[in-house]
Design a binder for this molecule. Sequence first.
Ligand SMILES: Nc1nc2c(c(=O)[nH]1)N[C@H]1C(S)=C(S)[C@@H](COP(=O)(O)O)O[C@H]1N2
Ligand SMILES: [Mo]
Length: 303
Amino acid sequence: MAHGWKNTSRESAITPETLYLNRRRLMAGGAAALGAGLVPGPGAAGPFDAATDPNSLNDITTYNNYYEFGLGKSDPSRYASALTTSPWTITVDGLVEDPGDYDLREILNGKTIEDRIYRLRCVEAWSMVIPWQGVELRDILADLRPLDGARYVHFETVLRPDEMRLPVGVIDWPYVESLRLDEARHPLTLLATGLYGRDLPNQNGAPIRLVVPWKYGFKSIKSIRRITFSETPIRTSWMKSAPNEYGYYANVNPQVDHPRWSQSSERVIGAGIFGNRRQTEMFNGYGDEVAGLYAGMDLRENF
Ligand SMILES: Nc1nc2c(c(=O)[nH]1)N[C@H]1C(S)=C(S)[C@@H](COP(=O)(O)O)O[C@H]1N2
Ligand SMILES: [Mo]
């Protein structure tokens, strides 16, 4: 599938998600017929595909957290269109072979854009299933060549006072996040450039955002403008904002409640007027793939 990094999508506005899913089903069927060990289609469980059908494009693009554009769930879909996403430069610095400013096109040049259907579990105890397109972060990191001493990678969201609302009092702007380098290199960790076969909508973090499906949604930082390699972790935005509520790892864990609410179950967005709850799974259901990253660690202590 042709996929541009900037807003060049030509897909029909008429039930685009249905077209997208039908195409994927055909592709998955074709792959199975050829006996290729490829990603299973929607509805089939697999590490790269959440076990249920994706949420609608409307759910995914109108119920958002992007606090730079306001704290309400519908604020990002109203205000994030003001963000200029092209051209886009990412500053790479810290413990890295070739620090500097890179054009996003340069960074993505020659990279395989993959389909990944992941469940996004917000720390606020709701979830939705999103069909992303993007590149594995490890492919980008390999090109940037962190130095031997690097053990962590930090990310910063663009800060544009002219284009953002930047509400005062919750987050100390710019929004920052961080991963241990082995978490960053895990094949599930994605830099998303699109969803539903179209370029990433601004409210979802255009032109490029992190997706770490086994961690609470706030780790999946949007509109990345800086990548920094370091020997040490940082205090992330939510750790600074409420250190007793948010930890560095923030792995989805139904056994560790938020101080103000239970994390044992989650509200499924778009499940109809009766609503629908599902039991929250350890590591958001990705434990077979990622539990090894935390072998020997106390996940209550290291929340
Ligand atoms: N820069 C930035 N990134 C962010 C946020 C934010 O407010 N600012 N919110 C986070 C939270 S809490 C969640 S749940 C996800 C939501 O992603 P979505 O709106 O694409 O579903 O984005 C995360 N990334
Ligand atoms: Mo979230």
